[in-house]
Design a protein around this ligand. Structure first.
Ligand code: PGA
Length: 237
């Protein structure tokens, strides 16, 4: 299973260093073999060798250049980062990133062999407008994306479930994941208000290959508990 923490605009470099070291120690001490990824803020990237994969929350599709406020490939290479989050709903809806720019990023970083965690998800009004509309909305987020890319992980995160404490029902998550798996056989994560108390039931669903966690992952011990729960589930298989 894949257990990923999106730290968003939280944790300074010093705090991130502590966080990643704590997670790394836990994985080692508890023989956790699940894939664990942490996405720190851009200024909190540190070199890291170990079980935890460090990924970038965002980078511009360029090696370097005149793109004020952005980081490029060079900045990731400095820390040997080969994992990137693309298409997160906060970038789509708050920053206003278009599908076109998202595709440019996808193409640029997939050509370099990066592991890409590609996010899709619908706002509440889209979900409420009916299943056909919702699937059409999600389909549009696959436009231009190579769904057969080897190093692809998809994260389904309903926008209305992110940071709100709301989640779809377990039945909804399972049936949607089953439908989405027909579009791509890439590992499919669920994200949106996942926490220690619900991660087990989410991970136990068919066609859920892992979770992408925001707020509840901000405390290393909570994130570690989630990795532990994933490992225990895997051990039962
Ligand atoms: P949340 O965020 O866990 O705080 O809902 C998830 C995400 O945005 O990836």
């Amino acid at each position: 299973m894949i257990i990923a923490a999106n730290l968003k605009t939280n944790l300074t470099r010093a705090k991130t260093l502590e966080y990643v070291n704590q997670v790394e120690k836990f994985l080692d001490a508890n023989n956790i073999s699940q894939e664990v990824i942490v996405f720190p803020a851009a200024s909190s990237l540190n070199p890291h060798a170990g079980k935890v994969f460090i990924g970038a929350q965002n980078a511009y599709p360029v090696k370097n250049g005149a793109f004020t406020g952005e980081i490029g490939l060079e900045h990731l290479e400095e820390f040997d980062i080969k994992t990137i989050l693309i298409g997160h709903s906060e970038r789509r809806h708050i920053i206003g990133e278009s599908q076109e720019l998202i595709v440019q990023k996808f193409n640029f970083y997939s050509n370099l062999g990066f592991k890409i965690v590609y996010c899709i998800g619908e706002p509440l009004e889209v979900r409420e407008s009916g299943h056909i509309n919702m699937m059409a909305y999600l389909d549009a987020q696959y436009e231009g994306i190579d769904t057969n890319y080897d190093n692809l992980i998809i994260a389904y995160e309903p926008v209305w479930a992110i940071g709100t404490g709301l989640t779809p029902t377990l039945e909804d998550i399972e049936s949607l994941h089953t439908e989405l798996k027909k579009k791509s056989s890439a590992p499919l994560l669920y994200g949106g208000s996942v926490k220690v108390t619900n991660v087990q039931e989410v991970l136990a669903l068919n066609n859920v290959d892992g979770v992408l966690v925001g707020s509840a992952a901000l405390y290393a011990e909570h994130f570690c508990s989630m990795a532990d729960i994933a490992q225990n589930l895997e051990n039962l298989k």
